[in-house]
Each structure stands twice: as structure tokens, then as C-alpha cells.
Design a protein around this ligand. Structure first.
Ligand code: FMN
Length: 218
């Protein structure tokens, strides 16, 4: 018989530890599929805001390609979600990054329609200053809607700048750095598409875990 109180306490502790670890493992396993589904749904919602579900007939969340152009797309690996209808290209949604926000990277979804015009832009994550730089969020201002329908040539490439720099896009009062960074990133994504767009849709669909979520990242 084990009678020593320290031994009994040790055994009890070990028992609770085993039960605790078991419970955590069980909960993790049980919620994993739900979390993956929630992430997929969040991504699908973000993509559907830019590429209407009725305009495509493929699963845009899993029909994707991963490309690399650090200079134009702001990161070494960029996922591009591909929308197709009857196997014809409808839209490419780039997970571009504006590397030079006021407080670092601004993560974007840039949707480019097959004709080279923008289906729209959304900010997925950023750390810009509330009240100054955060008017880039669709929930806070209309500014981000200004990209829809624009393209290289509308306006001319030279006017893809904020007004302060001689371009066509509004800056915010007291905050020029944030919108400047986004205008540049969207322009560079359009240029990438102009140069490589056709190749994107030739790539075989590759299935990976849904990765982008809509959040302001603060
Ligand atoms: C505490 C603090 C936070 C700021 N946050 C931002 C920001 O998030 N985005 C931005 O563009 N400018 C921000 N600014 C202002 C920039 O430093 C810079 O002055 C401004 O972007 C330049 O725009 P302007 O020429 O219109 O003044 C911030 C300034 C301070 C002092």
C-alpha cells in the first residue's frame, strides 16, 4: 500500500496531468475540422465580395497557384486564387502585400478581372494607426472601393499615385503614407498581371489549406 502523503500527492498530480493533456488533445482534434471550415468560409466570403459567386463556376478557394515576385507583390510567395467559368478565366485574386505601410506590411486581396480591370481591393490585415491610417478598411471608409473598375491605362500609369504625389488617388488628411503604399502595391499587382496574367490560368489547380482571413490584424 502507498501511504506516504508526498507519493499520493505526486500520483494525483500525474493523474490530473494525464487527464488534462487528454482533454486538450481531444478538444483540439474535435475542433480542427470546424476551424478549417470556418477559415475556408471566411476566405470564401472575402473572395466573393470581389468576385461574385455567380460569375464563376469553380471552387475559387482551392483553385489556386503560388507565384513569386518579391518586388511587385511584396513577398516571396504569393497565393493567387483563380476564378473560372466553363474553364475560361474570370478573375485572379492576388494576396499581395504593401511592404511600406506606416507600421509595416499591409496584406491585401487584389482582384483582377480577365480583361485587366480591378474587381476590387480589400485589406486583409494591417497595423496602421486607428483614426489615421485605418480608413483603408472597408468597414471604416469608402476609400478602398475607389479601385474597382480601374486598370493600367485608367488612369494612366503615371497617375497611379496619391494626389499629393501628382496622381489620381485621394490620401487621408494627415496620413499619406498608408494610401501611398496601397496604391503602389495595387499598381504593381496590375503590372504583374499584365505581364504574366495568361500564365496564371494555365497552371494546374493546386489544393492547399485556406490561408487568408478577413481581419484588421491589430
Ligand atoms: C503617432 C502617429 C501615427 C501615425 N500613423 C500614421 C498612419 O497610420 N498612416 C499614415 O499614413 N500616416 C501616419 N502618421 C503620419 C505620418 O507620420 C506622416 O506625417 C503622414 O503620413 C504624411 O502625410 P501628410 O503629408 O498628409 O501629413 C502618423 C503620425 C504619428 C505622429
Amino acid at each position: 500500500m502507498i501511504k506516504h502523503p508526498i507519493t499520493i500527492a505526486g500520483l494525483l498530480l500525474a493523474m490530473f496531468a494525464v487527464i488534462g493533456v487528454g482533454l486538450v488533445a481531444f478538444t483540439h482534434q474535435a475542433t480542427k475540422a470546424q476551424i478549417a471550415e470556418n477559415e475556408r468560409q471566411a476566405l470564401l466570403n472575402s473572395l466573393s465580395a470581389l468576385v461574385p459567386a455567380t460569375s464563376i463556376d469553380n471552387d475559387i478557394v482551392t483553385d489556386l497557384t503560388v507565384i513569386s515576385d518579391q518586388e511587385k507583390l511584396g513577398t516571396a510567395e504569393t497565393t493567387v486564387y483563380l476564378g473560372r467559368k466553363s474553364d475560361k478565366p474570370v478573375a485572379a485574386v492576388f494576396t499581395s502585400i504593401a511592404p511600406d505601410g506606416y507600421s509595416g506590411q499591409i496584406k491585401l486581396l487584389v482582384a483582377i478581372l480577365a480583361d485587366g480591370t480591378l474587381g476590387g481591393v480589400r485589406v486583409v490585415a494591417h497595423k496602421e494607426t486607428p483614426g489615421l491610417g485605418d480608413k483603408i478598411e472597408v468597414e471604416k471608409a469608402d476609400w478602398i472601393h475607389g479601385f474597382k473598375g480601374k486598370s493600367i491605362g485608367n488612369p494612366d500609369l503615371a497617375r497611379w499615385k496619391v494626389k499629393r504625389d501628382g496622381g489620381d488617388f485621394d490620401q487621408f488628411s494627415g496620413a499619406t503614407i498608408t494610401p501611398r503604399a496601397i496604391v503602389k502595391a495595387v499598381k504593381n499587382t496590375l503590372i504583374y498581371y499584365q505581364e504574366n496574367g495568361k500564365k496564371l490560368f494555365i497552371a494546374k489547380p493546386k489544393t492547399v489549406k485556406a490561408e487568408a482571413k478577413t481581419e484588421s490584424g491589430k
